[in-house]
Write a protein that binds this ligand. Structure first.
Ligand code: ATR
Length: 275
């Protein structure tokens, strides 16, 4: 019998760590599957994804720049994908309907809570950025019931739009939007979801947002300390994490959805960290 086939689709895709992560999960759990990387043409994600499932493919991860198109292509969306407005996971249900899910937020929350032992409940959280990456994680963050969530962004209107969008699921969490320069009190947790570091920039936030116990989390991951995390360390932060754990945990959540099996993420995070 042939192995079940999975893949990650993006453009570019050669840098993706998803094949490595999922193949480590497969060998660890004994699941019989193959996981590859597919570069879709910029203008034909739909054809690439549809063709993959027509050939018997079981599940896709989706990355830049196709997460929104994946969401649009699906017949059904999970609640968290619906809120995220983007999908990183696709699979077919028993009737052959294409289901879109988004495991990014769950990956972030699991990394913070389970791997780093940081509870979000009752905490004051500052999120930097208001693009697709931030929208993708806000639902699962709010589900942890923080006391306050402030979304700061260069374009304040985009942060305000996210506040409007997520007001219905904010519960008792106080949810606010502002520019980067406005927050000047220490927060319990600061999450950088901007792509500023791709241009070698930093979100121009006051160093006063960092207190002695502030947890810093950069959703970005790179082999070296990220630009944002280096800035936070320079301001005296000591509890500083990057997005490697989130990357592995979002993959683990997709693997669970597809296979019904929970991989052990710790050895996979350790192996990637030692690259
Ligand atoms: P992604 O999918 O990575 O979220 P995106 O939707 O383009 O990509 O969002 C990028 C985020 O990083 C936005 O919050 C963007 O700010 P704007 O909404 O004002 O564009 C932020 N960002 C990108 N480059 C930045 C920079 N040089 N300084 C500060 N913020 C930046």
């Amino acid at each position: 019998m042939n192995n079940d086939l999975y893949a990650v689709v993006g453009n570019p895709i050669s840098h993706s760590k998803s094949p490595r992560i999922h193949n480590l999960f497969a060998s660890q759990t004994g699941e019989q599957l193959e996981y590859t990387a597919i570069q879709a043409p910029e203008d034909d994600f739909a054809g690439t994804a549809t063709g993959f499932f027509q050939r018997g493919g079981k599940g896709l991860n989706v990355t830049v720049p196709f997460k929104q198109e994946a969401w649009e292509l699906a017949d059904r969306r999970t609640e968290r994908a619906q809120l995220a407005g983007a999908a990183n996971t696709l699979y077919q249900d028993r009737e052959g309907l294409l289901i879109a899910d988004n495991t990014d937020g769950k990956g972030l929350v699991t990394d913070l809570t389970a791997n780093h032992g940081i509870s979000l409940a009752g905490r004051r959280i500052l999120v930097l950025g208001a693009g697709g990456a931030v929208r993708g994680v806000l639902g699962p963050i709010l589900a942890e019931k923080p006391a306050a969530l402030v979304i700061a962004n260069r374009t304040v209107a985009k942060a305000e739009a996210l506040v409007t969008l997520f007001a219905a699921v904010a519960g008792d969490t106080s949810l606010d939007a502002c520019g980067f320069e406005q927050p000047c009190e220490p927060f319990d947790i600061i999450i950088n979801g901007t792509s500023a570091s791709l241009q070698g920039d930093l979100p121009p936030v006051s160093a006063n947002v960092i207190g002695a116990d502030t947890v810093i989390y950069d959703m970005m991951y790179s082999l070296q300390t990220t630009t944002f995390n280096q800035w936070a360390l320079d301001q005296g932060a000591t509890r500083v994490f990057d997005g490697l754990g989130m990357l592995v945990e979002q993959a683990a959540e997709s693997f669970r959805l597809w296979r019904g099996v929970s991989p052990d993420t710790r050895p996979v995070i350790d192996e990637l960290r030692n690259d």
